[in-house]
Design a protein around this ligand. Structure first.
Ligand code: SF4
Ligand code: F3S
Length: 110
């Protein structure tokens, strides 16, 4: 099992999750973070830290494993992040929006 970062993180990227992870398994894109499923020890500590509830156990993934694939793929491409950075200034504009991955996701590294 692993935890996964999901749609609510896109464009919000609070980064309250990164410093609590005991195995440093968050990776940073331009407007999204992912967890490395290969390294996550399933401790669950990060889940309540996210203000927009973007972090979910893989038991709550889409039936086709959408978020497992996204987290796995981008954890291999993006840089590791262990220290909280500055969240986007306009994050409040996106907190209520859904389907953000399809509309706003950037594959560029953070
Ligand atoms: Fe890190 Fe634990 Fe969250 Fe996995 S569940 S990403 S190990 S804090
Ligand atoms: Fe994203 Fe929530 Fe972390 S918005 S960066 S998963 S605290």
């Amino acid at each position: 099992m692993t935890y996964l970062v999901t749609d609510a993180c896109v464009k919000c990227k609070f980064m309250d999750c990164v410093e609590v992870c005991p195995v440093d398994c968050f990776y940073e894109g331009e407007n999204f973070l992912v967890i490395s499923p290969d390294d996550c020890i399933d401790c669950g500590v990060c889940e309540p830290e996210c203000p927009v509830d973007a972090i979910k156990p893989d038991t709550q993934d889409e039936p086709d494993g959408k978020w497992l694939k996204i987290n796995t793929d981008y954890a291999r491409l993006w840089p590791n992040i262990t220290v909280k950075g500055e969240p986007p200034a306009d994050r409040a504009d996106y907190e209520q929006e859904t389907g953000k991955f399809e509309k706003h996701f950037s594959p560029r590294p953070g």
